[in-house]
Write a protein that binds this ligand. Structure first.
Ligand code: SF4
Length: 320
């Protein structure tokens, strides 16, 4: 008989207590003030619907804290943000809900951070990592991934297999990634003195640029594919086929890092000029709106309506 059978037996046959009845002992008064133990909590297995709700609530709180205190233009703002959304954010505009409209984005960003850490902590090839470029006079604060000496800027990017396949086939970085690196180049080469100012506080875990001058001649992208949250495939079969095709494209079964590639872009020629102009103009336009307490009109060249679906300010935006 197992211990479970014993248990069942005990429940079925209550243990007899040897109580000696004393007829003279008065019945105890019921004690209504006695504090009863808490009712047993009912535990339930992990539930994905509940988890989704938990994520929704957390993302709302987290985004609200960030958006209500955001004071600086980020690299993402420059690379792919709609200017009106940036101005709403930097003027700390409240909205009904700050929750992310696509919650897997939270997991995707956690995976992205882990990929960065994995590469940075396991390599000695970088001379600087997590470099903070904070320039309060431009309301600008960004953090670049890595530098190798004074001439090579390295940007780590995690991406979907769809993007990865396109990057390998075309041998071109994603356009928003290139804009981001041009923002780093622009600040390193034009606003280094302010970025190095020891009086300006920077985020823990980052450091200020170490050299007194930079001349970025090469931009290197390290692309790492992950597809776990991708919504651009219709089935698991399609995702697996995509990975098989990629392995074939690399023509190497023995390359266990087939999901990681690097790409060098020479920026010594005129290639960088229009991108640097774009970065400069966008920073100056955002500062103009904020200094004058204005909202950009829908005809502003930096309005990007392809971002409306994920925009927290879309209801507000329709009204003004
Ligand atoms: S709703 Fe669209 S146009 Fe309006 S701020 Fe957001 S992204 Fe820009």
């Amino acid at each position: 008989m197992t211990q479970f059978n014993d248990l069942i037996k005990m429940i079925e046959e209550p243990v007899q207590m040897n109580v000696v009845e004393n007829v003279n002992t008065p019945e105890p008064e019921p004690n209504f003030t006695k504090i009863l133990p808490n009712l047993t909590k009912v535990y339930e297995p992990f539930n994905i619907d509940t988890f989704t709700k938990e994520l929704y609530d957390k993302s709302a709180v987290r985004n609200q804290l960030y958006r209500e205190h955001a004071q600086n233009i980020s690299a993402y703002d420059i690379a792919s943000g709609c200017i009106k959304e940036i101005v709403y954010k930097l003027s700390n505009t409240p909205v009904e809900s700050f929750a992310d409209s696509w919650l897997p984005v939270l997991m995707r960003s956690t995976i992205g951070t882990a990929i960065h850490e994995f590469i940075q902590t396991n390599s000695n090839q970088f001379t600087e990592s997590e470099v903070s470029l904070k320039v309060p006079s431009l309301r600008f604060s960004i953090r670049l991934d890595n530098l190798i000496g004074q001439n090579i800027l390295v940007e780590i990017k995690s991406c979907t297999y769809t993007d990865y396949e396109k990057i390998i086939r075309t041998r071109k970085p994603r356009i928003s990634d290139f804009y981001q690196t041009m923002a780093y180049k622009y600040i390193l080469e034009n606003h280094l003195k302010e970025a190095k100012d020891p009086k300006i506080e920077i985020r823990k875990g980052t450091s200020k640029p170490k050299y007194d001058s930079y001349d970025i001649k090469t931009v290197q992208f390290i692309y790492v594919a992950h597809d776990i949250t991708a919504t651009d495939v219709d089935s698991f079969g399609e995702a697996l086929q995509r990975i098989k095709d990629l392995k074939r494209m690399f023509n190497s079964k023995s390359n266990s890092f087939f999901f990681m590639t690097t790409m060098l872009v020479d920026v010594t020629n005129e290639i960088a000029t229009p991108y640097i102009e774009y970065v400069k103009n966008k920073i100056s336009a955002i500062n103009h709106y904020l200094d004058n307490n204005l909202l950009p009109g829908m005809d502003d060249p930096f309005i990007d309506q392809s971002k409306c679906f994920f925009c927290m300010y879309r209801n507000l935006c329709k009204k003004n």
